[in-house]
Design a protein around this ligand. Sequence first.
Ligand SMILES: *Cc1c(COP(=O)(O)O)cnc(C)c1O
Length: 393
Amino acid sequence: MSKLDWLKLEIDGLKDQGLYNHIRTIGSAQGARLIVDGRDVLNFCSNNYLGLANHPKIVEAAQVAMIKYGVGPAAVRSIAGTTDLHIELEKRLAKFKGAEDVITFQSGFTANIGTISALVGKEDVIFSDQLNHASIIDGCRLSGARIVPYEHNDPTALDAAIRENDGSYRRALIVTDGVFSMDGDIAPLPTLYEVAKKYDILFMVDDAHGEGVLGKGGRGIVDHFGLHGKVDIEIGTLSKAFGAVGGLVAGDKVIVEWLRQRGRPFLFSSAVTAPDAAACIAAVDLLESSTELVDKLWDNARYFKAEMKKLGFDTGGSETPITPVMLGEAPLAQQFSRELFENGVFAMSIGFPTVAKGKARIRVMISAAHDRDDLGQGLDVFAKVGRKLGVIK
Ligand SMILES: *Cc1c(COP(=O)(O)O)cnc(C)c1O
């Protein structure tokens, strides 16, 4: 046995179970259609909710910034200074979201791990929704705090967990996804907030899939529920609806100030580039100027989900444009995805460990970039493949 044999066995195991990730290669800009592995296909799997990833105004803003600032940040912000663009972006995001202050990170992932590990430590406890995103889980582990998972979206279970652990910790943090990325359901934030308030516990929501999607004109989940000033920390991403890349933390100004001193990915890793920051500022401009794209996204999502239900597909309990098409076993989901692709539709299967075993699915991501013809084509292909594989009649 060589010391690497176990890896080959593990990888073969993934292949046998239909859980091996086959990553396709994209040869075009993001949009309703893509060139994938050399073929022109309908794009049903990106998080480009508003079509901003290749929006002319955003591309132009990035180009202008690239001419002025070049491409690389050259060092971390706290050591070598930060561009006025990064500062402007943070100010604009705070105003857009109605938060006291905002700090940006390289990604939503680093925003989560940096924030959680800066706020709680070994003597503390974190109450975490059991279906939280991997970056929250990793942030919790990194912090060294004791992790107490509570039943998904269940404020009563949260309350009970807090009571059970009463007196056993120094500080506590409650953390939940805003929109759960695999099922598209929304956390019951007002009721969770009541629990956080009752025990005076820090309350954090990761709104990666709500940023640019939920709330007035895409202002996010805190705006959606009118909880400004009540949710202590709102994490967002600039890599999904905003069409660029980056993460953000919006909240109380003392928390943001602390993260500028103690957020480790902020202190030890370079920032997004100036063109990225400029692209995000242009995205805020667009969102502030009109709700048209957000409205179109929701129109498209409602239409697509209703038609999929009519066809007989199980689209789970999604309340957002995320549309899971539940298939059960991972090999079926992989085969479904391959057949979709052969028929010109790019939608990937998702299986364990991203979702529980037996809950494999195709996750369709609807976008404002789609028009009704795109959605019609997608529905026709889903119907054809669904009948062929015996998923619908
Ligand atoms: C996508 C996602 C992230 C990570 O965001 P990136 O900007 O891609 O790193 C974090 N949390 C949740 C809930 C997500 O869906």
